[in-house]
Design a protein around this ligand. Structure first.
Ligand code: NAD
Ligand code: DAU
Length: 361
């Protein structure tokens, strides 16, 4: 099986590719524009893997996408490429609409033309390439908006009410994917996932930012009162869920994916401080906690997200393998053990490497 993965050099895409290639589950064509969030150093060793190909292509570039489909002839598409950071979407929403909405429409158009041209005669496996084709759209729980403290967790039937420009752009992309299924019959599956954490996450997101700031003795900036709740999922558990949905999900159906780990931001940061204290005790007077600083809240900040994952758990037998405490320990340890990856991201050296190696693409 050959899968075209968009955004495979980002945080979740790279975890997915590392997992798929380490189990030799599928050949991969990674289509990624290498924005600031794309880092080929998150895919160590894959440059020599014959089952892995990389295409530096922007999903907004229709001709380039058509060429990629023509040349690689994928059996399935997993669409992760997106602008993903809420704070950036507040400062500059334009590129979020361009990539997440227009880019997704472009991909849908190209994938649809490709799928319509696939052979619809059964082969030795008993089904046709056209019947087997899937487009899996990877989305977020942020499309459901702000969840009151005592309300039940988001199900697949929860109405959309996005708050941030990022969330609105992802909601729009989900609607486009459903429309391409309903109108043109494109065989799609959709997943909406909660906050991921784990290795190789760009240190603008809460957990890696806090780990690296703490290790450097810098303030830990908690937005507002830190009482906002997120449901945390280890990225490797997410990658496994995505694989199960691609393999066994019902066409046209949506699956919510969560970690069963609702925590306030303050609880997360305090847990990080405790974990760091065990791994690398600090000589700061009252420990890493002394670095926690309340800063101005994010505009439009959603107070709570929580995911009801019963559908994927009951129908596909998936459940998270990591507890939050174990996952957090492993993540802290990973950042501590990979100072080179961290330093090259923080200094911008990874960008110089990209421009030297992919300047012509
Ligand atoms: P990321 O920001 O780490 O990576 C995004 C990747 O997409 C990067 O490699 C980037 O180079 C690429 N990209 C951006 N614009 C592109 C374009 N125009 N053309 C081609 N490639 C482009 O994001 P992530 O955290 O890995 O998230 C991946 C997907 O999962 C996104 O769709 C996001 O909305 C969704 N998601 C993320 C989380 C999370 O907690 N991180 C949770 C739920 C859903
Ligand atoms: O819920 C899924 C979403 O999770 C994904 O769709 C997004 O792509 C992903 O970025 C993430 O969005 P969040 O906004 O929840 O993630 P972030 O790490 O930016 O922030 C997590 C929480 O921590 C949020 O309530 C804001 C808060 N925060 C964040 C940062 C960066 C702070 O308090 N201080 C910070 O410095």
């Amino acid at each position: 099986m050959k899968i075209l993965i968009t955004g495979g050099t980002g945080f979740i895409g790279s975890a997915l590719i590392r997992q798929l290639r380490s189990y030799r589950r599928a050949e991969i064509v990674n289509v990624d524009a290498l924005t600031y969030a794309g880092n080929p150093e998150s895919l160590p060793g894959l440059e020599h893997d014959p089952g892995y190909r990389f295409e530096r292509v922007d999903i907004r570039d229709r001709e380039a996408l058509e060429r990629v489909f023509r040349e690689h002839r994928p059996d399935a598409v997993m669409h992760l490429a997106a602008e993903s950071h809420v704070d950036r979407s507040i400062l500059g929403p334009g590129v979020f609409v361009d990539t997440n909405v227009v880019g997704t429409q472009n991909l849908l158009d190209v994938a649809r033309a490709y799928w319509e041209g696939l052979d619809d005669r059964p082969d030795a496996s008993g089904s046709s390439p056209r019947e087997r084709f899937r487009l899996h759209h990877i989305s977020t729980d942020e499309v459901f908006g702000d969840l009151p403290p005592d309300a039940p967790a988001f199900t697949e039937a929860t109405p959309y009410a996005p708050s941030s420009p990022y969330a609105a752009s992802k909601a729009a992309s989900d609607h486009l994917v459903r429309a391409w299924h309903r109108t043109y019959g494109l065989p799609v599956v959709i997943t909406n996932c909660s906050n991921n954490y784990g290795p190789y996450q760009f240190p603008e997101k809460l957990i890696p930012l806090m780990i690296l700031n703490a290790l450097a003795g810098k303030p830990l900036p908690v937005y507002g009162d830190g009482g906002q709740i997120r449901d945390w999922l280890h990225v490797d558990d997410h990658a496994e869920a995505l694989w199960q949905v691609l393999q066994h999900g019902e066409i046209g159906r949506t699956y919510n994916i969560g970690g069963d780990a609702e925590r306030t931001n303050l609880q997360v940061v305090e847990a990080l401080c405790e974990t760091l204290e065990m791994i690398q005790p600090t000589d700061i007077g009252s420990g890493y906690r002394a670095l926690i600083t309340s800063v101005t809240d994010r505009p439009g900040h959603d107070r709570r997200y929580a995911i009801d994952s019963r559908r994927i758990q009951h129908e596909l037998g998936w459940r998270p393998a990591h507890s939050f405490e174990q996952g957090l320990r492993e993540t802290v340890q990973w950042y501590r053990d990979h100072p080179e990856w961290v330093a090259r991201v923080q200094s911008g050296a990874y960008r110089e490497w990209i421009e030297a190696n992919y300047a012509d693409r």
